[in-house]
Write a protein that binds this ligand. Sequence first.
Ligand SMILES: Nc1ncnc2c1ncn2[C@@H]1O[C@H](COP(=O)(O)OP(=O)(O)OP(=O)(O)O)[C@@H](O)[C@H]1O
Ligand SMILES: [Mg+2]
Length: 641
Amino acid sequence: MTAAADPGRRHPHRHAPTPADPTDAFGWGRVAALFVPHRARVAGVVLLVLASSLLGVVNPLLIQRIFDQALFGDTGLDLDRLWTLVAIMLVVALGGGVLGVLQTVQTNRLGRRVLRELRNRLYTHLQSLPLSFFAGARTGDLQSRISSDVSSAQNAVTSSLSSILSNAVTFVSALVAMLLLSWQLTLVMLVTIPLFVLATRMVGGRRERITREAQQQTAEMTVITSETLSLSGITLAKLFGQQDREIGRFTDVSDRLAVSAERQQVIGQAFFTVVQTFLGATPILVYLAAGYALNGGTELTAGTIVAFTTLQNRLFFPVARMLETFVELQSSRALFGRIFSYLDIRSDIVEADEPVDLAPEAVRGVVEFDHAHFHYPDSELATITDLDVTARPGQLIAFVGPSGAGKSTVLQLVARLYDVDDGAVRIDGHDLRDLSFATLARSVGFVTQESYLFAGTLRDNIRYGRPDATDEEVRAAAEMAAIHDRILEFADGYDTVVGERGFRLSGGERQRIAIARVLLSDPKVLVLDEATSALDTASERRIQEALSTLVSGRTTLAVAHRLSTIQAADVIHVIDHGRVIESGSHEELLAAGGAYRGLYDEQFGGGEVETHCADGVVLADGSLQRPDGVVPRALRRTPAA
Ligand SMILES: Nc1ncnc2c1ncn2[C@@H]1O[C@H](COP(=O)(O)OP(=O)(O)OP(=O)(O)O)[C@@H](O)[C@H]1O
Ligand SMILES: [Mg+2]
């Protein structure tokens, strides 16, 4: 199958996947959908909220009876009746308390469940995104999406959900109760509500702005800290003496955050004061209104007036809470929008609908680039052009070329870290896009240019690809990778914990751990991106040992920087600007005197820099590099081969 025969797979103008505009991604329907799996619990919460809010109006109404029937009734004091009413009030109060606790517990439980699901879904989704997404993403951003955004959004919604409901019910029930008591007084009350709303809105609007500001500053601070306090970030700052600048950047945001926090508090206090003032002032209005009503001949009992002032709290407070809640919901729109925009990013590297699964034994290890073309998303330039290379089982294929030529990119295509734009990459004749991810991961082993060790023990790092490997297998792999002896030198041996990036290991040691890791998973196809950096001589030698074990019995595609790897290669492809410009064996290419010859002369001084002899490698200055160290030229007994 040639590229032209399969035009459906062209992606001429690809963009790196980035989150869309959060406002577009947002929708209340999507938020509601998060609660659908929990509808039973939602219904439970709703019932509890209704019950406890409705129960709240019972006691104020009973107060009226206590005054008008038990304490100051037509027949004077009625103690029996008082006892009955007081007993009912007590039961109602207790019942309200219990319902309140149940409601809080259930709401929080619901919130936690939805939160957990959303968080897990987001993480699972991020795991599925292609490399190109992470190449463009800021780490701190992703962290705050998962840790703070999800929980703030969720909290806002669950607390808002019950808050709006309970406050609405409280408001309406209080209003009905008030109307039952006295419609005249109720009318007076209702007139004040617009005033109250206006006053709180004025304060609320500012409060909203400042809260948003503070959220942005917090996010900014997370990004700064996670970047600059990472090992690479801090190393960079120290090496370039730029710590003052980083401190300046941080303190700037931190200071602004402090200012916002203070303003937030002042405004919060102002909001509270407005509500308090209203609550304090309205009974005055009720007494005045009652006076005029009585004066005008309306019948009003003392009990009604007391009950009325008690109910008042249940009118203004819900209004204040609902106004606040709407503000919270507004800000949670932004949070949810951001989360949804990440969930909406579609991965362009997905498993086929009916993926081909190959049994590990069945893989032969033929790797074939069929007129492959590739460019990085958002990049105008073609990185790989018309690559047509085949590696037969057991062969060692080397790619050499100047820095930035596209060598690492070629290797990434073999592991399907990126998909080709045109043409195909195949293993045993199967297009990588048809193979299952599991088959791909099993068949292709990758030793990257920089070996990443996660925080954990050396043993766990080695058996990352095969968590079920026994200690013996781990040890055997480490021995083959020439790292076993070094591991035993650590006090904790295989249980030595390495830092986030395995900082306690040297570059060469890290690489040998990475080699052991791949050896243990025993893939048929090996992809090897040799480090460009020169290693210390002893390490270099051991890596060579480790590599020779690694490549045997596998198809290897290697970006080669070591002479030994290059010399061992069956075919060498010279890559320049993403194209193969020369191919052949080491000797053939040297004899041809083309680009390879130039590279070789440059990198290895035309063979004078390193030559092999029985004891080791002879370096340019005439010293001998042996497995146990370097022997200076003056001390060498055997002449260079
Ligand atoms: N994620 C990326 N997005 C956009 N461009 C990229 C990306 N990764 C690499 N490139 C570009 O693609 C080109 C090839 O990069 P590649 O890493 O394949 O080079 P290389 O041959 O491995 O170089 P070196 O020998 O220095 O490792 C370079 O110009 C590089 O800047
Ligand atoms: Mg590279």
